[in-house]
Design a protein around this ligand. Structure first.
Ligand code: C2E
Ligand code: CA
Ligand code: CA
Length: 603
């Protein structure tokens, strides 16, 4: 640094000399520094060029007039030209629709001066082909010139991936038909148009008949191949503008917008039935035959919105299935009960999950000892909208819809749970559970039951399964095999509602049964109707001849009880003894009851 002490009279030259020296030194140094700096800048510049060149993204600079001035290698690749080919081209030659580019879905929106805006659109290559791109644009000022720097990325692969995801969300993966989501969307559009044009819209819902059989007997690969072929046939039958969708399982829907009259929709439906009735040959299976049930509903006659329309078509389809008529048009008069039916068949699974089901217990009185020896377990469903639903209503539904298996697992689990709890409380009686026809024939239920008994360590003989006569007669040989297995597990078996079916006596003899339950319809009229009296009498004799206990259900009066006792009936059940009650009411009931409960210590 220059010091003031050197500013003496004869110091001027000194100062001058020093200044000169310093100047010379500084100049030298400046040169060195500048050289070093420049070299550094050059290295940096080289590095930047390298980065730009190595970038996977195309990088392009346009001048103020929008003319391309420089590009990197990736941009040349993307546009399929050399650097020289590209230089001088106008921005719109490469991005013809730039004014319509949308903000990129993959980035936040930016602005030209700040972080730069990221857009999505199409690029035109020098060979005239196009590709989807993402474009980041940024305006920069440099060397007193304004530049527009563009970073271009080819998003063909990304787009394909996105398309695939969209397809997965909107289309069924097996048949490639639109799924329920897309159908709903198309329905909304069609109804919107129809609202203005006044033209009706028809929705057809199709459900294959006997598809489950195909799946169960020939395997899922045949079932899948069949569904693909059905989808193809349905699509071929329809015109452009109609939507054929798969709703799930073996259920399809067809939306016929702007379809004139109900008659023409019926014609379409009939054509569809004929098409599906033609034998299929899929997955090596020749001449596979399936039927179809179709329900039709029309906007605006039957329903005012998409979800109602769907519900009406569903109800009509259900009605076609029940009547075996192939095609049904929605008819509110015919279908007033069907909404309830649908709510029940669809809601049972949720009912289990949401604890809407509960058990009640009805005692069985041993007439010889005057003790309660067991309880029958009966299920109830407290539906949030429909109130208390009797089992007679929802169990046949569940049998049809296939929801019976989870239901039966639930009842088994709950029954065994109750038995464990009561055993811990010192009560020793058996429980009787009703087993639906489908559950009886299900392998899964048998295995589940076996596992449950093993884990609970309960005596299997404390559990009785009640099977209706009709369940057994549906498939006597299959039932026989299943009953033998259940018997081997040590369970007790009872034939329920006896007298209402058509059991063959010889079959009854071969079954490993323990009990016959005389149906309550005979008990109800036995005092007035001598024929019913005779039937009860002979059923009790038959039971005893086969070594079985005779149980009479639906006993409501003392007179009935006494007559049954005279006839030699072993056990009675009915409102006279008790109406079915909740497990928590057992103690109260026991206190008041005429009949004592069997206790473990009394056993
Ligand atoms: P069920 O096996 O014949 O059961 C006897 C039915 O008669 C029960 O009706 C019971 O409440 C009723 N009952 C009992 N005593 C009397 C009486 O003195 N008079 C009259 N009028 N009725 C009496 P609920 O509980 O409505 O059950 C109806 C049917 O539903 C049952 O008939 C049974 O087949 C089925 N069910 C009930 N719970 C289940 C279950 O958990 N699983 C299966 N698979 N079926 C069940
Ligand atoms: Ca029963
Ligand atoms: Ca019964």
């Amino acid at each position: 640094m220059i010091s003031s002490s050197v500013s003496s009279a004869n110091g001027r030259s000194l100062l001058q000399r020093y200044a000169t020296m310093l100047a010379g030194f500084q100049a030298d140094n400046y040169v060195n520094v500048a050289l070093e700096q420049r070299a550094k800048l050059q290295r940096l510049d080289l590095l930047m060029r390298n980065i730009v060149e190595q970038s996977f993204d195309g990088i392009i600079a346009f001048d103020e007039k929008g003319l391309l001035r420089t590009t990197n290698e990736a941009a040349c690749d993307l546009f399929r030209g050399t650097h020289d080919d590209l230089v001088g081209l106008h921005l719109t030659a490469l991005f013809p629709d730039v004014s319509t580019f949308r903000p990129s879905a993959h980035a936040d929106r930016g602005d030209l001066e700040g972080r730069g805006s990221r857009l999505e659109g199409w690029a035109k290559r020098l060979d005239a082909s196009t590709c989807p791109i993402e474009l980041a644009l940024r305006r920069v000022s440099f060397d007193q010139t304004h530049w527009l720097i563009a970073i271009v990325r080819d998003i063909t692969v990304l787009k394909a991936h996105e398309d695939k995801l969209r397809r997965l969300a909107l289309y069924d993966a097996l048949t490639m038909l639109p799924n329920r989501v897309l159908l709903k969307d198309r329905m909304a559009q069609a109804l919107n148009i129809a609202k203005r044009s006044g033209e009706p819209v028809t929705l057809a819902i199709l459900d294959l008949d006997r598809f489950k059989e195909v799946n169960d007997t020939l395997g899922h690969h045949v079932g899948d191949a069949l569904l693909v072929d059905v989808a193809r046939r349905l699509s071929e039958c329809m015109r452009d503008g109609d939507t054929v969708a798969r709703l799930g399982g073996d259920e399809f829907a067809i939306l016929l917008p702007r379809d004139g009259k109900a008659q023409s929709a019926l014609d379409v439906a009939k054509r569809l039935v004929e098409t599906i009735h033609q034998p299929f040959s899929v997955a090596g299976c020749m001449a596979l035959e399936v039927g179809v049930s179709i329900g039709l509903a029309m906007y605006p006659d039957d329903a005012e919105d998409a979800s109602k329309l769907m519900q009406c078509a569903d109800i009509a389809m259900y009605s076609a299935k029940q009547r075996g008529t192939a095609v049904e048009r929605y008819d509110p008069a015919k279908n007033s009960n069907s909404i309830r039916t649908l709510m029940l068949s669809g809601g049972l699974r949720q009912a289990i999950e949401n604890n809407q089901l509960f058990l009640v217990f009805q005692p069985k009185l041993d007439l010889a000892t005057g003790h309660i020896k067991s309880f029958e377990v009966l299920t109830r469903w407290r539906h949030p909208d429909l109130g208390l639903i009797p089992p007679d209503e929802f169990i046949p539904q569940a049998e049809q819809s296939g929801n019976i298996i989870p239901f039966t697992r639930w009842t088994l689990e709950q029954t065994v749970g109750s038995m464990i709890k009561w055993t811990e409380e010192g009560l020793d009686f058996s429980l009787a559970l009703n087993l639906s026809p489908r559950s009886l024939h299900s392998k899964e239920i048998l295995a589940y039951l076996e596992e449950l008994l093993k884990q609970s360590k309960l005596l299997p003989s404390r559990l009785t399964l009640e099977l209706t006569e009709t369940a057994v007669m549906l498939d006597p040989e299959g039932a026989m095999a299943k009953l033998k297995q259940l018997h081997q597990l040590g369970l007790k078996l009872s034939i329920d509602d006896f007298g209402t079916g058509y059991s063959s006596l010889s079959l009854l003899r071969q079954l490993p049964l323990d009990e016959v339950k005389i149906d309550k319809s005979f008990v109800e009229t036995m005092m007035e109707n001598s024929q019913d009296h005779v039937i009860i009498d002979s059923t009790i004799r038959l039971a005893h001849n086969l070594g079985l206990e005779a149980v009479a259900e639906g006993v409501e009066t003392e007179a009935q009880m006494e007559t049954l006792r005279d006839l030699g009936c072993d056990v009675i059940q009915g409102f006279l003894v008790a109406e079915p009650f909740l497990s928590q009411d057992l103690a109260t009931w026991t206190e008041q009851a005429r009949w004592p409960l069997k206790r473990l210590d009394a056993a």
